[in-house]
Design a protein around this ligand. Structure first.
Ligand SMILES: O=C(O)CCC(=O)C(=O)O
Ligand SMILES: [Fe+2]
Length: 378
């Protein structure tokens, strides 16, 4: 199904509405999906009724483009893991996080560490990913042990554990190079990251009303109002909003506008010093303004779930509609960030592969190879 987010003429929208109503009926009547093409099968399986009805009621001009979820405030707000005192959030910080959907900035790394690390990040960012075979800022921790080591620094993991629990996987990372005079990243949010192809979620929480995914975003350069620091609409992790197709804004290659008004919310801009971190649920509406300066702004993030949440189970590749890529998952896997993975729901990258910055495929070849080849492969 072509769901390119733009408003089509009415004569094109009417047959789409007919098709959508048919698929919704299919879901309601629980008809066997085996005869349906793959794309339609995924829509019947993964779309909630609210996704169908939002499209139908709006005449295919608005949609909820990620799986709907309604946040349920925990009855008791407390840390979900025991951590060393230097990393402990106060009760007020925990309450602030559940109320707002984000917390930070938190000091993790020194500006000196980031100053040096920056050169490595800039160098790798321009190269072809060994995981996916094209230039992408995603998942460079598979081939960059230094990045992986920063990601699993206790200053990061022990904070995440208090909000998500003791056993954590990383399923994605990304380098954010915001060039001189580059445009804003518009207001956006995501739940199970179905937003990437509108068909299959990336992650599968058992209960979508809980916080099941967190992003830790770390400033490598100082981020300021002028160069586009992160900003949040506090409390908007309560539910997923619809988007209107077309509109003046754009998220990477997709043109859409989120159904929310800045003036109805407390907008919080969070400038960061190099080495400071912000943790947020991707469900909280966030973005960053244009970089109006002559200098780039560098940052990286990691996306984390409890190990009880499957990521891309059984999937061979995923498509990202808004940045146009097709990512082969052969060398992708989750990485154990903290604790244990007792569930084993996702493909996992062996820690040795991460320590050596080589793909699991290469690691198994190396393991099978005689000593001579081993040296060459490393
Ligand atoms: O770095 C930015 O400007 C945006 C970051 C973001 O949206 C994210 O980490 O989810
Ligand atoms: Fe984001």
């Amino acid at each position: 199904m072509n769901m390119a987010p733009k408003v089509r003429p009415l004569w094109k929208r009417i047959p789409i509405m007919g098709g959508l109503a048919g698929l919704m009926a299919y879901k309601f009547l629980k008809l066997p999906t085996s005869i349906l093409p793959r794309d339609f099968k995924a829509v019947v399986k993964n779309w909630d009724y609210e996704m169908f009805t939002t499209l139908l009621k709006s005449g295919v001009t608005s949609a909820i483009i990620d799986q709907p979820c309604y946040f349920k405030m925990p009855e008791k707000i407390e840390s979900k893991a025991q951590v060393a005192p230097e990393y402990q959030f106060s009760q007020a910080q925990l309450e602030g996080f559940y109320r707002d959907g984000f917390i930070g900035p938190i000091d993790v790394f020194s500006p000196e560490q980031m100053k040096d690390f920056k050169h490595d990040l800039l160098a790798i960012e321009k190269t072809e990913s060994k995981t996916y075979g094209f230039v992408t800022p995603r998942d460079r921790h598979f081939e960059m042990p230094r990045l992986w080591n920063y990601m699993k620094h206790p200053g990061v993991t022990e904070r995440l554990a208090q909000l998500l629990g003791p056993d954590l996987n990383v399923w994605r990372s990304q380098i954010f190079y915001k060039g001189p005079k580059s445009p804003a990243i518009q207001w956006h949010h995501a739940s199970t990251f179905m937003v990437e192809d509108y068909q299959d979620p990336a992650i599968f929480p058992k209960d979508r009303s809980e916080i099941f995914q967190l992003t830790a975003w770390i400033a490598v350069d100082e981020s300021t109002h002028e160069n586009g620091c992160l900003k949040f609409a506090a409390g908007t992790h309560d539910r997923m909003r619809a988007v209107h197709f077309g509109g003046s804004e754009g998220f990477y290659n997709a043109a859409y506008e989120l159904d929310f008004k800045e003036q109805d919310h407390r907008i919080v801009e969070l400038p960061c010093k190099p080495g400071q971190m912000i943790i947020f649920t991707e469900r909280c509406i966030h973005g960053s303004a244009a970089n109006t300066t002559d200098r780039y702004r560098l940052a990286f993030n990691l996306r984390c779930t409890p190990t009880s949440v499957a990521a891309y189970p059984g999937k061979k590749y995923y498509r990202s509609v808004y940045n146009g890529g097709k990512y082969n998952l052969e060398d992708w896997g989750v990485c154990l960030l903290r604790g244990q993975d007792r569930y084993k729901l996702s493909k996992i990258i062996p820690p040795e592969a991460l320590e050596r910055g080589i793909a699991p495929r290469l690691l198994s070849q190396v393991a099978a190879a005689p000593q001579q080849q081993l040296k060459r492969a490393a």
